[in-house]
Design a protein around this ligand. Structure first.
Ligand SMILES: [Zn+2]
Length: 277
């Protein structure tokens, strides 16, 4: 009896193979985004703690000078208030520089990694030019505002919000605990903005790099993979097939977890139907 021939690697690549692979890569991207988000959260907590020390120092000076009914002119003359404002501005700038640097690195890593892995998988040469192309995808201005500009815009907003909150609370006769409580709220808003930006840009870098590799591989179509419980914005695209040059840009919305599936000739599933049909 003839021994059953073992299937080659290429033969094992059925539609399920491509789908599982895309899902696994999407999850890796999400884990990398999650890790950066966590690192960012810790950096913000450290920054908050540093500012707490300056708030304590300010209230020590207020106590020392015996100021009871604080007016704006009194406040502006306090050395520790001037120092606190300077410190806030420095913290905001320092965090923005770090946020920008780390997100740039994450997006480069995701885009280059995804593009390179897909090129290898599909037998396309990955050259220095390919790497440059992937990095261009990572830094693409696809929302109308570059991620870097958004980081600095958010930083300026945060700076203005913290400055005005602190001034308002002190002039309203509030103590250090209330200031710190408000500061936590401000940092929390800042963190949620950063977290959303990281996840949204990571999705774009990942999906656009993957799409480019499918274009380079000469594929004509992609399927749109959305979770069964996806939001109403993505629902119309779920289980639909698109011509490769006319696909919805993923992410469709902030925190979107959708992804493209390559439609590899010979391994086409029946579960996707043409969009608009
Ligand atoms: Zn989605």
């Amino acid at each position: 009896m003839a021994k059953k021939r073992k299937k080659t690697r290429e033969e094992k690549k059925n539609a399920k193979y491509w789908k599982d692979r895309a899902i696994a890569m999407e999850e890796d991207k999400e884990k990398a985004a999650e890790a950066l988000s966590e690192r960012t959260r810790k950096a913000y907590i450290r920054s908050f703690k540093r500012l707490n020390r300056d708030i304590d120092a300010l209230f020590a000076e207020i106590l020392d000078k015996g100021i009871e009914d604080m007016r704006a002119t009194d406040l502006y003359n306090l050395n520790r208030y001037v120092a606190l404002r300077k410190k806030i501005a420095e913290e905001v700038e320092g965090l923005a520089i770090e946020d920008d640097k780390r997100l740039t690195k994450l997006l480069d890593d995701i885009a280059v990694g995804t593009y390179e892995a897909n090129c290898k998988e599909m037998g396309i040469d990955f050259t220095i030019l390919s790497e440059q192309q992937a990095k261009a995808i990572a830094s693409e201005n696809w929302t109308g505002v570059r991620f870097s500009d958004r980081i600095w815009g958010n930083a300026n907003d945060f700076n203005a919000r913290v400055m005005s909150d602190i001034e308002e609370l002190i002039l309203g006769g509030k103590g250090p605990d209330q200031l710190k409580k408000k500061l936590i709220e401000d940092y929390s808003i800042k963190f949620h903005e950063a977290d959303r930006l990281i996840r949204t840009e990571a999705s774009h870098a990942f999906n656009s790099a993957a799409l480019q590799s499918y274009v380079d591989a000469g594929l004509a179509e992609v399927d749109y993979l959305a979770e069964a419980d996806c939001c109403e914005l993505c629902e119309p695209y779920r289980k639909k097939r698109f011509p490769i040059d006319d696909v919805p840009v993923i992410p469709v919305h902030p925190n979107c977890r959708c992804t493209y599936l390559p439609v590899v000739p010979g391994f086409i599933t029946e579960e996707y139907e043409p969009f608009g049909s």
